[in-house]
Ligand binder design. Structure first.
Ligand code: HEM
Length: 133
């Protein structure tokens, strides 16, 4: 993975998550994106879930390296798979889209280069999670 992308992604996460509303804003957008998503989180403590998002983003960053992917994402992929939380692959596209919307709103330096860095860092992990559905 390109060092420049990692730096852009990492700095952007820091700028966003310096504002506590960033994490809750993402969940507000994500839950509103589809009834299927809202149903999945009906019994979830969203404050706890929002706190976990930042950690998830770092896990995804590590998992962007092919050699690290299985080690970092196997458990999470199994948890989200058909036999677990049953998260169908198209819901990951909503996850990414609403996440980028939240980043766009909260990162004062957001631009096309930063958006590309987020996509490059997150897509390998997302594709892995989908492939293990
Ligand atoms: C690549 C994207 C995603 C990442 C990195 C991610 C990460 C996580 C993590 C770290 C947890 C907590 C696991 C634990 O408790 O050990 C979790 C739980 C969960 N995720 Fe995801 N997730 C992703 C995509 C999705 C999508 C697309 C959905 C669709 C609705 C979803 C729904 C859930 C639900 C329902 C839970 C359980 C919440 C609860 O404990 O009540 N996730 N996810």
């Amino acid at each position: 993975m390109d060092e420049k992308d990692i730096e852009l992604f990492n700095d952007s996460i820091e700028r966003c998550s310096a504002q506590p509303e960033f994490l809750t804003r993402f969940y507000t957008l994500f839950l509103a994106s589809s009834d299927a998503v809202a149903r999945k989180f009906e019994r979830t403590d969203l404050r706890r879930q929002a706190r976990m998002l930042k950690t998830s983003l770092y896990i995804m960053m590590l998992a962007s390296e092919q050699t690290e992917r299985i080690a970092h994402l196997s458990r999470l992929a199994r948890l989200h798979s058909r036999s677990g939380l049953d998260i169908s692959p198209e819901l990951y596209d909503l996850w990414l889209d609403r996440l980028l919307q939240a980043v766009r709103e909260f990162d004062p330096k957001f631009d096309a280069e930063i958006e590309t860095a987020w996509r490059r860092l997150l897509l390998p992990g997302i594709d892995f999670m989908k492939s293990r559905y």
